[in-house]
Write a protein that binds this ligand. Sequence first.
Ligand SMILES: C[S@@+](CC[C@H](N)C(=O)[O-])C[C@H]1O[C@@H](n2cnc3c(N)ncnc32)[C@H](O)[C@@H]1O
Length: 346
Amino acid sequence: MGGNYLVIGSGWHPTLFHAEVESLTNAQIITHSDRIVEINKIENLEKSATVNQVLASWHKGDIFDYEEKFEQWLDSVNLDNKRSIAVKCTRHGEKTPTVRKVDIATKMGAFLSSRDFKIDLTSPEQVIEVIIEGELIFWGLPHFDSPPRTGWKDRVATARPFFKPVSLDPRQARLMFNLCAAKSLLLDPMCGTGGILVEASLCDIQAIGVDLDPEMVAGTKKNIEWCNGQAEVICGDATRLADLGITGIDSVCFDPPYGRNAWLSDKGVNFFSKVLNSINEVCNVDATLCCMLPASADGSSVIDGEYHVMEELFLKEGWQIEQYWFIPVHSSLGRLLVRAKRLDAE
Ligand SMILES: C[S@@+](CC[C@H](N)C(=O)[O-])C[C@H]1O[C@@H](n2cnc3c(N)ncnc32)[C@H](O)[C@@H]1O
């Protein structure tokens, strides 16, 4: 049995796209390709960082043999020929030499005209969305008017009143708490300029931020005010969170200082251990944590050691790593996005 919806990814990081969809909907996906998955429910996908579109009443076919199927589909879906319509055709990946997407859109347009639909390519009242992937063709009725991330350009780190080069991109901030299926209360124990708190507050997630640097605390407050959000921001030490009166945390998202220099000595690793331990003390039993760790450009080493060393460090401080994803940054740096569960969770 197929799912009711096809979810279309933005094309950035397919495995993170699949993981985010599963985490947000709490449903299992069926994978059609890197950018197309099938699912039975679409709750929360409007908050996604990696989804482009959701198609309902969808059909999957073959680009060389779709015409009859398209006509049958047209008869079966609830489209109103009194309202104008357009076919929007997108291709993922390589071109298929013999099939042009414009020809497919034109052919589908002709079927629609023969059924008295008025084609309007500039401001249609209804849209049929078509995706070509290799020799496969998918079509359906779009659920979103625009991709969920629309508007993020206005919130990029450099557009906020307080910016530092460490500021996290809104897409990555959102992705982190979506992977935690975050709910209130969320904690960012090293909040910097508030990248995670801004996005969390826009998703109505109650959040607390902590930073050791008073300039960051003041700047984060400015950024939260700027987006009309709300979050508590405390000047304090991430290695002593319980001393700040913090308690009852469900989700923790953060990116610790990046510079690989910050991790080169035992001091750096020891510091990170203390942070993990301190977070553990203020969390509820079933809390989830997501953090970005510095990794080598090919992902083979993280925090300047092998993956298993980092995994043991998490375990020692009460966190079981559930999953991790490598994100390339530039030719000499990558990041490992890690999701962990509190160890004594049932
Ligand atoms: C990579 S930045 C975080 C960036 C942030 N996610 C943003 O969007 O701006 C790391 C932050 O950790 C803070 N920090 C370093 N040591 C800390 C400590 N012991 N306790 C709390 N914050 C600390 C730094 O002041 C810095 O703002």
